[in-house]
Design a protein around this ligand. Structure first.
Ligand code: NCD
Ligand code: ZN
Ligand code: ZN
Length: 427
């Protein structure tokens, strides 16, 4: 066996426990630790964990580079310890066709600093059904949100599930029932809090119940994006669906909406009971996965005095794990469980060689000092948004981050280069 390039030592997660350990890296992959490596990186008591996988980002490339592109978005990801992102299809033009997918792939290949997957988006004509194997996953919008990707036809949803099962692709759903949203639209006025009242919990539950019926017997892997309510969780019961939760739905109640546009997203912020239910489900593993739903909009747009003029969505890829790590110290969630949720997307979406530091896997890892807490500052984030809904909250950012064995963050400073990121998709 040829000599390893790196021997990495630190506190690592093995068999659900954190203890001193080591692993080797050769040609960008993890190999068993050997003492004759070309270089030794001994991180002492620092925590060395697999790079996080964020299965839900909106990098606005192509279409709105003033909000984000693959360069700025993946730089933010790297600085937050995220080494794989999956980019949503509601860009402009949306990813319905092979040409749009290939265009996005070329942009991402040229600019990305971390690995990336790309979603195909289902539209009313079902065009995306012919490109499922070229994409990493499929996205379906059951309720209207940013972009115009709403699908109303349950037969089309079912056909998409059958096609995705055949292609081996997971289907992620924006689960707010459009019919339910329309029933509550009368609650909308100019005020920001009205946004939450017009998109109540029952719309999430209704969408998930509809899906349970539509997915039965298709064999498709269904994933519920940004699950946000106790009612939605209850509707998940008895289904084989997976779900992700976002830090904003765990850390902020809908009272924050009085603070304006920085707290407007879909689904909206919820009540304390929902937050408690989501934390419990995450801590127990009933919700397997974390995601940021990184959805940057400009400061100017978010400062709109009337909620109707403000687009929904908040940035978050850089803070995904950093704002949650402090809760592993207070015992709200076990550290091993939280770390597992940060890589669960690898299994749920079938991404090869991602999500663990076992031999053969990509050597994507991040190094944290859990005692190094500092407040989140929007102005310091790498996203072009330049703001954050988590302003001032304590966070633990990674000290070092490696992508396939190469450093992208060193001592908290970005050192990556564009084009280092590779496309990832199930076989
Ligand atoms: C997202 C966006 O801006 O693209 N907005 C949001 O509020 N989450 C779209 C989405 O995920 O619904
Ligand atoms: Zn969504
Ligand atoms: Zn989203």
């Amino acid at each position: 066996m040829s000599r390893a390039d790196l021997l990495v030592k630190g506190r690592v997660l093995a068999d659900g426990r954190i203890a001193r350990g080591s692993f080797g890296v050769r040609d960008g992959r993890v190999v068993p630790a050997t003492e004759d490596a070309a270089q030794v990186l001994d991180f002492g008591d620092l925590l060395v964990v697999p790079g996080a996988i964020d299965p839900h980002v909106h990098f606005r490339d192509p279409g709105a580079p003033q909000k984000e592109d693959f360069g700025s978005g993946t730089r933010a990801a790297a600085l937050g310890g995220v080494t794989t992102v999956m980019d949503m299809p509601n860009t402009n033009p949306p990813v319905f066709t092979r040409a749009a997918l290939e265009d996005k792939l070329a942009r991402a290949r040229a600019k990305a600093h971390v690995d990336f997957g790309l979603y195909a988006g289902l539209d009313e004509k079902g065009e995306a059904l012919s490109i499922l194997r070229e994409a990493s996953a499929v996205k379906v919008y059951l309720g209207a949100t940013t972009g115009h990707l709403l699908v109303r036809d349950p037969d089309l949803v079912r056909r998409a599930l059958v096609a995705a099962a055949a292609a081996g692709r997971t289907v992620a759903f924006h689960a707010e029932s459009q019919a339910c949203l329309e029933r509550h639209a009368h609650a909308l006025d100019d005020s920001y809090p009205s946004h939450a009242h017009a998109r109540p919990a029952e719309c999430e539950a209704e969408a998930i119940r509809m899906l349970a019926a539509a997915a039965a017997g298709t064999g498709a892997r269904v994933h519920i994006a940004h699950l946000s309510t106790a009612k939605g969780l209850a509707a998940m019961g008895g289904t084989p669906f997976s779900a992700e939760v976002c830090p904003h739905h765990l850390l902020l109640t809908q009272d924050a909406l009085r603070g304006g546009g920085a707290f407007k997203m879909n689904p909206p912020l919820r009540e304390q009971d929902d937050i408690n239910a989501l934390w419990r489900a995450l801590a127990e593993g009933r919700v397997a996965c974390l995601a940021s739903d990184h959805a940057p909009h400009t400061r100017e747009e978010k400062a709109a005095p009337r909620q109707g003029e403000c687009p929904a969505g908040v940035p978050g890829v850089q803070t995904l794990l950093p704002v949650l790590l402090p809760f592993a110290k207070t015992g709200r969630i076990g550290l091993a469980r939280l770390l597992d949720a940060s890589v669960a997307a690898a299994r749920l979406f079938g991404l090869p060689r991602k999500g663990s530091l076992a031999p053969g896997m990509d050597a994507d890892f991040a190094v944290y000092d859990l005692d190094e807490e500092r407040p989140v500052r929007g102005a310091e984030m790498a996203s072009r948004a330049g703001w954050t809904p988590f302003e001032g909250m304590p966070a633990v950012f990674p000290r070092h981050v490696f992508l396939r064995g190469a450093p992208v963050v060193e001592e908290g400073r970005f050192v990556g280069s564009p084009g280092a990121g590779r496309f990832v998709a199930p076989p």
